[in-house]
Design a binder for this molecule. Structure first.
Ligand SMILES: C[S@@+](CC[C@H](N)C(=O)[O-])C[C@H]1O[C@@H](n2cnc3c(N)ncnc32)[C@H](O)[C@@H]1O
Length: 247
């Protein structure tokens, strides 16, 4: 199975895989951060929007929300979920927008889908160019130095007469600027099991390296990766939420 099959051939399973994700809490938290740090504007773009669950919540919260993703099957589902939003098929490393934006988001570690530091830098430059004065970029990230290769999370869901088991875990070799997201899907119907495995190449960097890329373009604030309460990042966790205000 080709790399990233989950976002193309298997896109209809994506929302099942994410059934445990609290999209309302994530969207609400980022909306609050935007209120605290932003320019009070309502023009929003979600990078790597997938099937559009965050776009849905931002629309419902009164934003003029749009989405961008590189895989058309994901965008097709997003359009059904959010008929009033504009979606475009673009690479987040080199995207363009029609008007300046007040908030750009990138959820579920998707910023790491830039495959290397060069593409990540180009992505940050595109974000910076797309933001209005005082605009905010908000995303979550993982520090390569704190990845535990042994941690592989699994969960099961029953759907339409089939039992699904989804698994995911980070892998970092310990060297270089590349890490991987490993995903597995098993579908059992009437005793027959089909299995798929994806490995997604992603950029790997420490938070210190990430800050070095961000600081020239943005005023950077880091928070604990907790969508229930906003607390400054204490400096030890390997997951964090970054709020970046355009300079
Ligand atoms: C883990 S999913 C996250 C989807 C959504 N943000 C969510 O939270 O459910 C990652 C998404 O990134 C998209 N993606 C991967 N590489 C990309 C790129 N270079 N530019 C834009 N989107 C990309 C995939 O198609 C997929 O929809």
């Amino acid at each position: 199975m080709s790399s990233n099959a989950l976002y193309t051939d298997l896109s209809s399973y994506y929302d099942l895989m994410c059934a445990d994700i609290d999209y309302p809490a994530q969207s609400h938290c980022v909306g609050r951060l935007h209120q605290l740090f932003g320019n009070q504007g309502r023009r929003h773009l979600d990078l790597a929007c997938g099937t559009g669950p965050h776009v849905r919540h931002f629309l419902d919260a009164g934003y003029r929300s749009a989405g961008l993703d590189i895989n058309q099957p994901m965008l097709d589902i997003a359009r059904q979920r959010c008929p009033q939003a504009h979606f475009s098929r673009q690479d987040m490393a080199s995207f363009q927008v029609g008007e300046p934006l007040d908030l750009i988001t990138c959820f579920l570690y998707s910023i790491h889908y830039n495959p290397g530091v060069e593409q990540l830098q180009a992505c940050l430059a595109s974000v910076h160019a797309a933001l209005a004065q005082g605009g905010v970029f908000c995303f979550n990230s993982v520090d390569k130095g704190l990845i535990d290769n042994r941690s592989f999370v699994r969960h099961g869901v029953e759907h339409d007469g089939s039992q699904f088991t989804f698994g995911s875990g980070w892998y970092y070799s310990g060297e270089g600027e590349r890490q991987a997201l490993r995903l597995s899907i098993e579908k059992t119907t009437a005793g027959e099991t089909q299995a798929w495995e994806d490995e997604h190449p992603m950029v790997a960097l420490t938070f210190a390296e990430l800050r070095q890329l961000l600081e020239p373009l943005f005023e950077v604030h880091a928070f604990e990766h907790d969508y229930e309460r906003i607390t400054p990042w204490a400096g030890t966790s390997g997951n964090a939420l970054f709020v970046c205000v355009k300079r």
